[in-house]
Design a protein around this ligand. Structure first.
Ligand code: DGL
Length: 277
């Protein structure tokens, strides 16, 4: 096998605080179905969104070390809270490894989608408090206005499977109406948390129809494909389907059960290897 082929066959490492990053993995596999992935969910320490930045940086470095030890060729930080706090530390620790987070691609997509450049961001407390989306959006367009709100309950609702119907819509209304039902409201909403794409039906049901919704899972997959292959090239690459190795730090059965809903595909607890970080 030549050097280029053997380099290509090394897996892409993906980590998240738990199962939420499976929305990113799903998008990555759609964009690059031939690739092999190792997915690590740090379920023992979920949620990251309510922890201090120092703790999340420490956890992220430990997740990365576990994946680097398994010979990955690219690291995808499939967690908004970890991306908001830890990218710099991860890149400093592994200068030769491409490290791609979810915030820059989501911010760039929001700036591209918004006509008014007034953009709303919803995420966990940790992501909102650190201001990472504000900085990334303003790097893409210094004139953009950002309205942000932590929507912590959405995380628990997504894990509970309460993703549509009256309860999900009532909570979505409570969080989103103060942002969108007023003069000069944003015209674009960034789903700045890995759990939120599974709630998109309830979220869009309470939004004015004209609002554009940006899902950072899809935009991140496109960024990874562009970095590794110069573009999302599912239909031109061909070749056999890639594999996924599943790692978690606690609760293989829960990871498989809740994760199946995020992935849109059945996962078996027998396929999930528990590791210590
Ligand atoms: N994965 C986290 C994020 O995208 C949400 C869950 C958590 O708080 O750990 O921010």
């Amino acid at each position: 096998m030549n050097a280029a082929l053997s380099a290509r066959s090394r897996p892409i490492g993906v980590f998240d605080s738990g199962v939420g990053g499976l929305t990113v993995l799903k998008a990555l596999r759609l964009a690059m179905p031939w690739e092999d992935f190792i997915y690590l969910g740090d379920t023992a320490r979920l949620p990251y969104g309510t922890k201090s930045a120092q703790s999340v940086v420490r956890y992220s470095l430990q997740c990365a070390a576990a994946l680097v030890g398994r010979d990955i060729r690219c690291l995808v930080v499939a967690c908004n809270t970890a991306s908001a706090t830890s990218l710099e530390a991860l890149r400093a620790q592994y200068p030769a490894l491409p490290v791609i987070g979810v915030i820059e691609p989501g911010a760039a997509a929001a700036v591209a989608a918004s006509a008014s450049q007034h953009i709303a961001v919803i995420a966990t407390e940790g992501t909102i408090n650190g201001g990472a989306y504000e900085s990334a959006i303003q790097r893409a367009n210094p004139g953009a206005r950002i309205t942000s709100r932590a929507c912590s309950l959405f995380v628990a609702m997504a894990e509970e499977g309460w993703t549509s119907g009256p309860i999900a819509q009532a909570v979505a209304r409570r969080y989103l109406e103060p942002i969108f039902l007023r003069e000069g409201a944003p015209d674009t909403l960034v789903l700045g948390c890995t759990h939120f794409p599974v709630l998109v039906e309830a979220i869009t049901a309470v939004l004015p129809r004209s609002i554009r919704v940006v899902d950072s899972a899809l935009t991140t997959a496109a960024a990874v494909a562009a970095h590794l292959h110069g573009g999302a090239a599912a239909d031109v690459h061909g070749g056999p389907a890639g594999t996924v190795s599943w790692l978690a730090t606690d609760g293989a059965a829960r990871f498989a059960r809740v994760g199946s809903a995020f992935l849109g595909q059945a996962l078996s607890a027998d396929d999930v290897q528990l590791i210590d970080l």
